[in-house]
Design a protein around this ligand. Sequence first.
Ligand SMILES: [Zn+2]
Ligand SMILES: [Zn+2]
Length: 124
Amino acid sequence: MADRNTVQKEIIHHTLCEMKNHPTAAMVYDRIHFSHPTISRSTVYRILARMAEEGKILRLDLAGCDSRYDGETMPHSHVRCRLCGAVADLPAVRVGWPAEDGGFLLEDCAVVYRGLCPACRRTE
Ligand SMILES: [Zn+2]
Ligand SMILES: [Zn+2]
């Protein structure tokens, strides 16, 4: 029998992968709470943070909103709606390194486009 932590981790990972909207931890918890009321909010937050550290999922830290989580770990870019905050996947784009590194050790670069989502375009 798998231990409780492993089972919870699988449930949380599976739920995140089903949600294609790059949810916050709160959104993942709300969804899990519906089907698995015994899993606590702190467990969901803790396991999501740990899986992101381990590289099993992605954490997107976008300016002006709570961290979003993403079950899709293949390289890809994101687009965020400037009106409703919706985040969607886009194909990966290659970004070159800048001519100057400012003394930093550059490790990676995440591309986030901004714009209007289809729903907001219709109402704009
Ligand atoms: Zn929108
Ligand atoms: Zn994504």
